[in-house]
Write a protein that binds this ligand. Structure first.
Ligand code: PLP
Length: 390
């Protein structure tokens, strides 16, 4: 097996799962309790009352013991019927997977093509919805932060485009790699279902996922004809009234969630978002100073969570990642599907601070040199100059 560093931690700098704070890990290590007893009830009530702000909502948030993919399915089966039309956008790997799921569930997808270097164009949203005079499109499915590309779509502008078209479609938004990292406002932006997961900005291990739901989404649930059982919102909301779940919840992950929500609240969400933007800025400064190219092409859409970096033609990003893992015990994100071998992704979200970024970028710079990829040796200096500004 590969020799590992004998001290210190593995550098987990993929764009999720992210590093869990020690306090979260310690909370998760507590003994599991009776999920129908009074102590659990107190925990459940606490979490259900504390979770809203991170979504920017005062409406219900449903918590599943599942990965993010499950929460995608939950959003679709609770609001839609077989044969319903949905509008999807080809922004990257994850939007493509969600679209595929929609089709497998019997929905009819209208796809807006994309080049994987841009987010959702609000003007196209308005155009497509205005053209749908019969209001056949039932839902608009957006991935807020495309984890495969490091491109963040402007959801407030998508909402404005839907309003400008006076279209009644539901707005469903995947915030799996943006929640707790990039500014997001479920209520203010009139989102009907916000989908998220535990393993990124929320600084928890994988295993919890979420649907924040609007009153309009709950009304859609009354007539939605897609089959559902485990994902059905209603029994969960009924059990949540008393702080419980209708099945065995992920008790220990909920211990961790309680702590993570408190940590985000202590830091202040505005500060959390600013911290992510600043680390993203420093990362892009390094990429530019190396003479490499960031995949995202529109500065309005730069991601606060991660940066995808193109390697020059003739080099393979997976070889670079393998070298960095081997020599420095750091994991970076791979290029997914059509970006395979072409990009590597630096995760700078979740529990993350200045010196972790400098360590990460130092590992990348050494790895680039060891891989023979021609760069200018100015990346670390450029990143430090951004961080020194405070
Ligand atoms: N959507 C986005 C934007 C993601 O980044 C991911 C996973 O990385 C998913 C969906 C799928 O979530 P999961 O792997 O937790 O099922």
């Amino acid at each position: 097996s590969r020799p590992r560093a004998t001290s210190g931690r593995h550098y987990l700098q993929i764009p999720g799962p992210t590093n869990c704070p020690d306090e979260v890990l310690r909370a998760i290590a507590a003994p599991t309790i009776d999920h129908r007893g009074p102590d659990f009830q107190e925990l459940g009530r606490h979490i259900l009352s504390a979770i809203g702000p991170v979504f920017g909502t005062t409406q219900p948030v449903i918590i599943y013991p599942a990965s993010g993919t499950g929460a995608w399915e939950a959003a679709l089966v609770n609001t839609l019927s077989p044969g319903d039309r949905v509008l999807c956008f080809e922004t990257g790997h994850f939007s493509a997977l969600w679209k595929k799921m929609a089709e497998e569930l019997g929905l009819v997808v209208e796809l807006v093509p994309g080049d994987w270097r841009h987010g959702i164009d609000p003007a196209v949203v308005e155009e497509r919805l205005s053209a749908d005079r019969e209001h056949e499109i039932q839902a608009v499915c957006c991935v807020h932060n495309e984890t495969s590309t490091g491109v963040t779509s402007r959801i407030a502008e998508v909402r404005a485009a839907m309003d400008a078209a006076s279209h009644p479609a539901l707005l469903l938004v995947d915030t799996i790699s943006s929640l707790g990292a990039i500014d997001y406002r479920h209520d203010e932006w009139g989102v009907d279902v916000t989908i998220s997961g535990s393993q990124k900005g929320l600084m928890l291990p994988p295993g919890l996922s979420f649907n924040a739901v609007s009153a309009k989404a709950l009304r859609a649930r009354e007539t939605a004809g897609l089959p559902k059982s485990f994902w059905d919102w209603l029994p969960i909301l009924a059990a949540n009234e008393n702080g419980f779940w209708p099945y065995t919840p992920s008790t220990n992950l909920l211990y961790g969630l309680k702590v993570a929500l408190r940590m985000l609240d202590d830091e202040g969400l505005e500060n959390v978002f600013a911290r992510h933007q600043r680390h993203a800025r420093a990362t892009r400064a390094a990429v530019e100073a190396w003479g490499l190219e960031v995949l995202c092409q529109d500065p309005r859409e730069y991601s606060g969570s991660l940066t995808a970096v193109l390697v020059p033609d003739g080099f393979n990003a997976d070889d670079l990642r393998a070298t960095i893992l081997d020599r420095f015990d750091m994991s970076l994100g791979a290029g997914l599907s059509k970006l395979s071998g072409k990009v590597f992704r630096i995760g700078h979200l979740g529990a993350f601070e200045d010196l972790t970024l400098i360590g990460t970028l130092g590992g990348v710079q050494m790895g680039l040199n060891l891989s023979g990829i021609p760069i200018k040796q100015d990346g670390l200096e450029a990143a430090m100059a951004v961080l020194e500004q405070g």
